[in-house]
Design a protein around this ligand. Structure first.
Ligand SMILES: [Zn+2]
Length: 104
């Protein structure tokens, strides 16, 4: 889940290729501050990553790039990383949600 990003993704625990979950993206932060267009699209990209079968990178894996779209990227422009693509392909091939390796 990524409440930090003010997007909510339901389905990580029961994701499948035929049941990829549901995302809710808020137009403002919990403080009431409206998101910028960039903040909104970055969050959509992040949550869409979940629907393609990959988990959050923040808190879990330092092997992902600092600007990986599956991390919290406050202040940087997130990108789709090679690791994201590899994990999406593995999710598709195995039919299983792919989590980043835990670092703690
Ligand atoms: Zn997330």
């Amino acid at each position: 889940m990524s409440n930090v990003n003010c997007g909510v993704f339901l389905g990580i625990g029961w994701w499948s290729r035929t049941n990829p979950g549901k995302m809710t993206i808020y137009t403002s932060f919990s403080s009431g501050t409206l998101r910028t267009a960039d903040e909104f699209r970055y969050t959509v990209a992040h949550e869409f990553g979940h629907s393609l079968g990959i988990g959050d990178a923040y808190l879990y894996n330092n092997a992902s790039a600092a600007n990986d779209m599956m991390r919290w990227n406050n202040g940087v422009t997130p990108v789709v990383s090679q690791l994201n693509i590899e994990m999406v392909l593995k999710a598709w091939k195995t039919g299983r949600f792919q989590n980043f390796e835990r670092i703690r």
